[in-house]
Design a protein around this ligand. Structure first.
Ligand code: AMP
Ligand code: ZN
Length: 469
């Protein structure tokens, strides 16, 4: 299996540290708002990488953090007049709901930065003790970049270029640094902000240290894959490497994987530019599996422009697969009993070719676009070869192949039944009428039917309210 490694800028043969096991860390979101579909790209892409590795028989330890202490969270908390914890907890839950709707599997562990402060203080102390970090007089602790000769190896920047770039960017208030390249590991508290005691001052950690600490705690000093969006290469991942390798004295991650941006009109989708759609908004218009299909229809290292046309194409593509699955389900019910015919056995052998093509695509740095093309070939084959007079067994076998491949990409073969607001209102009216007639059995049945469709009813003083759950 070949994996493109940002460190070497080339595709490398994948060989994990420990046979049969993969230790994987993916930088997660900062939880201060609903996530946008740009944030969803790494979630979908690396969930698919994980699923394929699991299909290949690896046991994958998948760790992805939530950054729950950060300037943006604090700003939002001040704006709403609530605690930072309330903001981060709220948006973490919302994010988990979006992930579930996009069929992104929960990580093995989702650590929270605020729960790992002791580990961060410990790592910073080690870096200070080893001479890789220093506290300034105001209690800020900086990493001494020039002490790490390999700094820049991930982003392929050399120190001199960085130095001249930084000199022109140097801002006031940073005068306590020994060198403009040095970055913050710990910073003093400001009025009204959450803080923790430390040997240097009451304060909070810098962003980069959290990932070094969580990766070490939950996966070990050396890990197989470290991943995230390409905007994280510099400075975030470069700094993580510096911290981890100087602290542990070992190489940190073997393979660094980065997804390209999701764009709008060729510009990166981002909160700060305001050119974003939240996953929640898109979910109101489309089943979020369509979003997943749209993302995986491109290679993860290619920039991808979001457009309605491409979403429509994705919707049609997914429907084509689901319709083929429905056709096979029908034959499983109405087809002939008995063993496979000789012809069917031959056809099933032929169908193995699609699995082979699918695997070949995925083994080539997770080329999901070609993997989807292989699924379409299987769909076409199945539509023409599975007929009313086929055996049930034949349809079952083909269905299994289709299901295995689509599950690796995280698509479901079942069509999600959409329930419209009007249908819900009608059912609620019928339930009210049943109650009036004292037909409580019918009323309860309607409530249960709605719950199965993900609609929870609440009887309140102002009448019946409903929400999607
Ligand atoms: P953030 O919450 O901004 O730290 O981002 C969380 C993750 O989403 C990181 O891995 C980012 O690289 C990624 N990300 C943010 N915006 C985009 C985008 N427009 N396209 C692809 N990935 C993105
Ligand atoms: Zn990170």
């Amino acid at each position: 299996m070949k994996v493109y490694n940002t460190l070497s800028k080339s595709k490398e043969e994948f060989a994990p540290l420990e046979e049969g096991k993969v230790k994987m860390y993916v930088c997660g979101p900062t939880v201060y708002n609903l996530i946008h579909i740009g944030n969803a790209r790494p979630m979908i892409v690396f969930d698919t990488v994980r699923r394929y590795l699991e299909y290949r028989g690896y046991q994958v330890d998948y760790v992805s953090n939530f950054t729950d202490v950060d300037d943006k969270i604090i700003a939002k908390a001040i704006e709403e007049g609530v605690s930072a914890e309330e903001i981060s907890q709220r948006y973490m839950k919302e994010c988990q709901k979006d992930m579930e709707d996009m069929n992104v599997k929960p990580a093995t562990i989702h650590p929270l930065a605020t729960q790992e402060i002791d580990g961060m203080i410990e790592m910073i102390q080690t870096l200070v003790d080893k001479g890789f970090a220093y506290p300034a007089s105001d209690g800020t602790v900086y990493f001494r970049v020039k002490r790490f000769s390999e700094y820049g190896k991930l982003s392929h920047k050399n120190l001199e270029d960085l130095q001249s770039g930084f000199r022109s960017l140097q801002v006031s208030g940073e005068g306590q640094k020994e060198d403009p390249l040095d970055f913050v590991l710990w910073k003093p508290k400001k009025e009204g902000e959450p803080f923790w005691p430390s040997p240097w001052c009451d304060g909070r950690p810098g962003w980069h240290i959290e990932c070094s600490v969580m990766a070490k705690k939950y996966l070990g000093e050396e890990i197989d894959i470290h991943a995230g969006g390409e905007d994280l290469i510099f400075p975030h991942h470069e700094n993580e490497i510096a911290q981890s390798e100087c602290c542990n004295g070992k190489p940190f991650a073997r393979y660094w994987m980065h997804n390209a941006f999701l764009n709008i009109d060729n510009k990166k989708m981002s909160k700060s530019l305001g050119n974003f759609f939240t996953v929640r908004e898109v979910g109101e218009e489309y089943d979020l599996q369509v979003l997943r299909f749209f993302m995986l229809n491109a290679h993860y290292r290619s920039p991808l422009n979001f457009s309605r046309d491409l979403m429509t194409a994705a919707k049609n593509g997914l429907e084509r697969i689901q319709t083929a699955a429905e056709h096979l389900r029908q034959i499983q019910k109405s087809g002939r009993d008995g063993e496979l015919t000789q012809d069917e056995e031959k056809l099933l052998e032929q169908a193995e070719e699609f699995t082979r093509k699918f695997q070949e695509a995925m083994e080539d740095d997770f080329n999901t676009a070609d993997a989807i093309a292989a699924i379409f070939e299987l769909v076409k084959f199945s539509n023409t070869q599975a007929k009313e007079n086929s055996t049930r067994l034949f349809a079952e076998r083909l269905y299994d192949v289709l299901q295995t491949l689509t599950e690796i990409l995280g698509f479901s073969l079942e069509v999600k039944e959409e329930i419209l607001d009007q249908e819900i209102e009608d059912l609620i009216a019928q339930r009210q009428a049943a109650r009036k007639e004292k037909n409580f059995q019918k009323a309860d049945q309607i409530r249960d039917t709605l719950l199965e469709k993900g609609i929870l009813l609440e009887d309140t003083r102002e009448g019946v309210k409903w929400k999607r759950v």
